[in-house]
Each structure stands twice: as structure tokens, then as C-alpha cells.
Design a protein around this ligand. Structure first.
Ligand code: ZN
Length: 79
């Protein structure tokens, strides 16, 4: 019983951590809470909402950035 509780909690916190990292904390909490390990898997496959790809140099940049730090091109972030 204790083993399964630890097992479940581990995946719950993992889902929260991945959700936070991807800028999708609420989804991380919900998926981890409802689905456990499967939620973690879904989160890993989900789109990163915190970063966007620069259309000029394809670098991963923060979605709120106005200029790409790599190629200095102006980036129109779609909110
Ligand atoms: Zn760029």
C-alpha cells in the first residue's frame, strides 16, 4: 500500500514539474492527479507553451521575447 502511494506521488510530482517547465502548470497538476504515469507521458508529448521557435534561425526562444537573442531578428510572438 505504501509502495503504491509513493509510486503515485512520484509521478504526480513529476507531472507537476514537467507542467511547470512547459508553462502549463495547471495541466501538469490535473494530468498527474487524474492519470498518474500516463499523465506524465502525455505531458512529455505535449507542446511546449513557454517557448516558441524563431522563424529566422529556428532557435528556441521565450514566447514573451520581442527580439530573438540569437539572430537579433524581431519576433512577432502570437499570444
Ligand atoms: Zn532567431
Amino acid at each position: 500500500m505504501v509502495f503504491w502511494l509513493c509510486f503515485y506521488l512520484f509521478f504526480f510530482f513529476l507531472a507537476v514539474a514537467i507542467g511547470y517547465h512547459k508553462g502549463n502548470l495547471v495541466a501538469g497538476i490535473l494530468l498527474g492527479y487524474v492519470l498518474g504515469p500516463i499523465g506524465v507521458l502525455l505531458l512529455c508529448l505535449s507542446k511546449d507553451r513557454k517557448h516558441i521557435t524563431c522563424p529566422y534561425c529556428e532557435a528556441q526562444i521565450h514566447k514573451r521575447s520581442y527580439f530573438c537573442p540569437k539572430c537579433r531578428e524581431k519576433v512577432m510572438a502570437v499570444a
